[in-house]
Design a protein around this ligand. Structure first.
Ligand code: IPE
Ligand code: IPE
Ligand code: MG
Length: 245
């Protein structure tokens, strides 16, 4: 079964990655090159995201996690943080309309306590509204940091041990996984990062253990569905051994 469109890149729909992670980077540089404020880059980036989700869903990918705001991004000027938070709020509010008929299930991962009440409430609304959708599961990583996620999981397991619900000796990797935000989801097997940076920036440290990494110099607002297909195509031509031979 081959999926073709415009480009000659052929994709084998029977061998899609189970879970794609995307570090959407380069919005600020995109804006700077155009002499625009960084906020314009973030808005353009949000448009890019919509197209990529549609593409991934049409292709039949089951899980995608997009890095929208890291636990470290609070270091940015308040004006930029506020703009990003508003943009994310708008994205969640409009998701019902924008994703109508696309069957996307939205989940938000990350620490919610630091987010405004308005965003926290909207997250619950959007998650509930899309919870019955059986198309792609889209995790939006918002105030997400992998170290926070891992510490949070360790605390949960420690509490279970303290209350006698579990014994420390019996804790397995699976138990640990089940305490992460991504409980029940497959590992990330393809990680895409745009903008030329080649680092993880505290993204899904546990889940990317065996992910194929795919980097492009393109800035996120310039990243197109054709680029996404290219990444999938390249993924399908990698030899994965998982420690075997
Ligand atoms: C990615 O673009 C979006 C977020 C981190 C929220 P950046 O804002 O990091 O853009 P650059 O890296 O400064 O170009
Ligand atoms: C990672 O990008 C976070 C998101 C894409 C949301 P950053 O731009 O914050 O990462 P660094 O600072 O270049 O590592
Ligand atoms: Mg960046």
């Amino acid at each position: 079964m081959l999926f073709k469109r415009k480009t000659k890149r052929e994709i084998d729909l029977t061998r899609l990655p189970n879970h794609v992670g995307v570090i959407m980077d380069g919005n600020g540089r995109w804006a700077k090159r155009r002499g625009l404020p960084r906020s314009a880059g973030h808005s353009a980036g949000a448009e890019s995201l919509k197209k990529i989700i549609t593409e991934a869903n049409n292709m039949g990918i089951k899980y995608i996690t997009v890095y929208a705001f890291s636990t470290e991004n609070w270091k940015r000027p308040k004006e930029e943080v506020d703009y990003l938070m508003n943009l994310l709020l708008g994205y969640l509010q409009n998701a019902e309309r924008d994703l109508a008929g696309e069957n996307v299930q939205i989940r938000v991962i990350g620490s919610r306590a630091e987010l405004s009440e308005e965003i926290q409430e909207q997250i619950i609304k959007t998650e509930n509204f899309t919870s019955k959708n059986d198309g792609i599961v889209m995790n939006i990583a918002l105030n997400y940091g992998a170290r926070e996620e891992i510490v949070r999981a360790a605390k949960k397991l420690a509490a279970d041990a303290q209350s006698g619900k579990t014994a420390p000796d019996t804790i397995t990797a699976e138990d640990f996984e089940n305490a992460l935000y991504t409980a029940g989801q497959p590992d990330v097997d393809l990680l895409i990062r745009t903008s030329g940076e080649q680092r993880l920036s505290n993204f899904m440290l546990w889940q990317v253990s065996y992910a194929e990494m795919w980097f492009t110099d393109k800035l996120w607002p310039d990243f197109t569905p054709a680029d996404f297909r290219q990444a999938i195509h390249d993924f399908q031509n990698r030899g994965r051994r998982f420690g075997g031979i």
